[in-house]
Design a protein around this ligand. Structure first.
Ligand code: BGN
Length: 313
């Protein structure tokens, strides 16, 4: 069996099929239990039982084929869930993307086993912006949210850059009572916050939290500022942001040159400062885009989209 091991109290309730069972106190032997009656699955424990803490993240060449071979039990579209318990949240991971295949491979290589170890019920969505338009990270996030809710009944959305990978499996990829900043302890910033209100890299919102702020702004073209504006939306909506202990949240950011088509504009101060006003009319409720192509890969669902261009917005 690929998947999750249980403690004995859960085993007998659960399945109408063979399940490999390894009691916690035995390391070598395993027992096969057959239960004929299919019953309602128990909720997964609040704390996943098999976490091991810190691990090393290396920038290495990994082939999609190899990643597929160790994740063969995933469903098409990069969907996975625990076999023997019901996860407490259904999580869509939204990744904005353009021309970063090697980073996506590294992300999948580490994150697919990571999410399964955390007993997550998840789907991976890659939002690719077409060529020859200035990159709009925030709008791609809104598109990812909109497509994911059409695809499945997600209630938690993790918006993640493709080049940030956690280095500790106790960093639970889950939503919280308030929007959560998850990239608060990056190696490239010496595991410290460069400024107190930073809200970039990876953020997690429940569906209600994301609707409350009308999603991201659609008006940030090029690098920077859309995450600062998002922070202001959260505060304007009467919420606060949560962060994990920086020791547990330690993550690796893969360094790279600024992508062509994603230049820093530095023209976004007025948008950032007026988030509380613009958030009502600029966001999910004003989102326009065309899906050029959608593709269910074994390891993710990819939408190639035209989100327009800065000249028109
Ligand atoms: C800030 C960027 C953020 C980015 C962090 C960390 C801007 C706004 C300028 C008006 N903000 O400077 O978007 O996440 O750096 O890299 O560029």
């Amino acid at each position: 069996m690929c998947g999750f091991y249980l403690n004995s109290s859960l085993v007998l309730k659960t399945y109408g099929r063979d399940v490999e069972f390894r009691p916690n106190f035995q390391t070598q032997s395993s027992v096969t239990v057959k239960v004929s009656k299919m019953e309602e699955m128990p909720l997964c424990p609040e704390h996943p039982p098999n976490l091991t803490g810190p691990f090393i993240v290396e920038e290495k060449n990994v082939s999609i084929k190899d990643i597929m071979s160790v994740n063969s039990h995933l469903q098409e579209g990069g969907k996975g869930k625990p076999e023997n318990c019901k996860a407490r949240q259904k999580i869509a991971i939204i990744i904005p993307f353009r021309n970063r295949e090697p980073h996506l491979s590294i992300w999948l290589y580490y994150m697919l086993p990571f999410l399964q170890k955390q007993q997550a019920d998840f789907g991976i969505y890659v939002l690719e912006q077409i060529e020859n338009t200035t990159f709009n990270r925030a709008k791609l996030m809104n598109v990812g949210y909109s497509e994911a809710i059409k695809d499945d009944d997600y209630n938690c959305f993790i918006f993640s850059d493709v080049d940030i990978i956690p280095m500790d499996d106790r960093n639970l990829y889950r939503c919280s009572n308030n929007p959560k900043h998850m990239a608060n302890s990056l190696d490239k910033f010496n595991f410290k916050l460069p400024y107190e209100t930073i809200f970039g890299g990876i953020v997690a919102f429940t569906k209600e939290q994301f609707i409350k702020i009308n999603g991201f702004s659609n008006r940030f073209w090029g690098w920077g500022g859309e995450d600062d504006e998002l922070y202001n939306r959260v505060i304007a909506a009467g919420m606060r942001i949560e962060r994990l202990d920086p020791q547990i949240a330690k993550s690796k950011a893969i360094l790279h040159k600024r992508d062509p088509g994603n230049e820093k504009t530095g023209r976004s101060f007025h948008l950032i400062n007026q988030a509380a006003i613009f958030m009502h009319t600029d966001g999910l409720n004003s989102l326009k885009y065309d899906v050029i192509k959608s593709h269910r890969h074994k390891l993710y669902t990819k939408f190639t989209v035209n989100v327009g261009s800065s000249e028109k917005n």
